[in-house]
Ligand binder design. Structure first.
Ligand SMILES: Cc1cc2nc3c(=O)[nH]c(=O)nc-3n(C[C@H](O)[C@H](O)[C@H](O)COP(=O)(O)OP(=O)(O)OC[C@H]3O[C@@H](n4cnc5c(N)ncnc54)[C@H](O)[C@@H]3O)c2cc1C
Length: 428
């Protein structure tokens, strides 16, 4: 089916909006009823993956509606995200990176330090970005300014409509996808991009099954000041229960992801701020000097999830709706951004070839191409994580041997660094 847009609605979509309520910042209301809307692409979810999807897809000129229930709430997420080169290039292409850069710190060195009690220990390994070229591996940015900036830009774009309510039901027909929104609106589109998180309603309604699992681990997250410069080195200290990773932020400040057993994580959260800072100083070998001003600590149980398909009829899964992996090697949201980049490329190509942007070629190509990236990375991160907490000698031996080889064999180390950064996305 050739994809054609109705000239009347297209005209309405070009900023000639009628205001409906606070709930909908820019709504294109069809003549049928004020409770109905149509658009080209619906995006479910106002996390970083959903917001980036709305923004990127709006560059195709299509009419986008994003259902982002928390759009007007202050961002509560205390995490930071290490965005690898490919993600940063994507943000540059979308003209967003210049705004975000002030809140981010470059990552020039990734250091792995073995602090396990195991007999088969690994050497300390430094992965240096300058072995690959002049650019850093990536940049670390707090999620709050990342999400806030994406929201602010979206709010200015006249082909994006924001509905700050959740989707309650999704129905797909041969020609369109329809949603019921909690505020009573009913909308339809050619395609839905499901970025509604790990418990995705859109994924369930499209009949996609998942494989999910959990680890005996909890991550504690916080940011803190330190007296010594971090020199843009991110260090992962490997302990028996999991890694403790400190990641540079601008100035003498870093973020922390400390993976422990759930019991130990509860104990760490119960410490007062000074006690926690002192403990962190010990565990990081004093490498950052005196630690102070630790922010409120939040915790995340470590789990994994992979959707059995990354698309269904008129549906693409992006971000944690498609995959959840432990926060090791900073892969999670980078995968999510690559989901978005591919969605953009496929939809743009469909429009250029006058095809349906929600048609089977888009959804099938998306599933096939995302599998090649997501599945091997999920397995690699799973093995790396298990090699720490599982008392299985051959696995620990393989980890020690692997890291020794990486320390001594330059081409192997550079290959792994390129894999860690992620494939260079076919940026638009
Ligand atoms: C401790 C920790 C550290 C991490 N560090 C990194 C890192 O350094 N680098 C990296 O790449 N990744 C990292 N990650 C992973 C990264 O944080 C996640 O991949 C990312 O936050 C997921 O974003 P998302 O937009 O897919 O999902 P979410 O942020 O969960 O957003 C989902 C959105 O969907 C909305 N929603 C839910 N239901 C509905 C509905 N019915 N209708 C409409 N909307 C709905 C929610 O309100 C929310 O806005 C880390 C993860 C953890 C736990």
């Amino acid at each position: 089916m050739a994809f054609q847009r109705d000239p009347v609605t297209r005209h309405l979509g070009r900023c000639h909006f009628r205001r409906h309520s606070h709930a909908m910042s820019k709504a294109r209301i069809t003549k049928e009823s004020e409770d109905r809307f149509t658009c080209d692409v619906l995006v479910a979810g106002g996390g970083p993956a959903g917001l980036l999807a709305a923004l990127a897809l709006s560059k195709t000129g299509l009419e986008i509606t994003v259902c982002a229930p928390d759009f007007k709430e202050p961002v509560q997420d205390k995490r930071t995200t290490a965005l690898m080169q490919g993600s940063v290039k994507f943000l540059e292409t979308l003209d967003i990176w210049d705004v975000l850069k002030a809140d981010a710190a470059p990552l020039n060195v990734m250091r792995l330090v073995d602090r396990t009690s195991y007999r088969l220990k690994a050497p300390t390994v430094d992965f240096r970005a300058d072995e690959l070229g002049p650019e850093p591996f990536g940049w670390n940015i707090p999620n709050a300014p990342l999400v806030t900036t994406l929201r602010n830009i979206i709010a200015t774009l006249c082909n994006i409509t924001i509905i700050d309510h959740p989707i309650q039901s999704v129905d797909t027909s041969a020609t369109s996808v329809s949603v019921d929104v909690e505020n009573g609106l009913r909308g339809s589109a050619s395609l839905i991009v499901a970025a509604d998180g790990r418990n995705s309603l859109c994924r369930r309604r499209s009949g996609i099954q998942v494989n999910s699992w959990s680890y005996p681990q909890t991550a504690i997250v916080a940011c803190f000041d330190h007296s010594q410069a971090h020199d843009n080195v991110s260090t992962e200290f490997h302990f028996d229960a999991g890694p403790l990773t400190v990641v540079p932020l601008p100035g003498r400040r870093s973020s922390l992801v400390w993976i422990e057993t759930p019991e130990q994580a509860a104990n760490l959260r119960a410490l007062n701020s000074d006690e926690f800072a002192e403990r962190l100083e010990q565990e990081t070998d004093g490498s950052l000097g005196r630690i102070s001003k630790v922010t409120t600590r939040s915790s995340f149980p470590i789990t994994g999830l992979t959707a059995r398909r990354f698309s269904a009829a008129r549906t693409l899964l992006v971000g944690e709706a498609a995959h959840v992996i432990p926060p090791i090697g900073a892969q999670g949201l980078n995968l999510g951004f690559r989901d978005v980049a591919l969605a953009y490329d496929l939809v743009k190509l469909a429009i250029e070839e006058q095809r349906d942007p929600g048609g089977i070629r888009v959804t099938d190509d998306f599933d096939r191409q995302r599998r090649r990236d997501v599945l091997p990375r999920t397995v690699a991160v799973d093995i790396l994580n298990r090699s720490l907490f599982q008392q299985f000698l051959p696995l620990q031996g393989a980890r020690g041997l692997g890291l020794t080889m990486l320390e001594h064999i330059g081409p192997l180390r550079r290959f792994m660094m390129r894999q860690g950064i992620g494939p260079r996305m076919g940026v638009p």
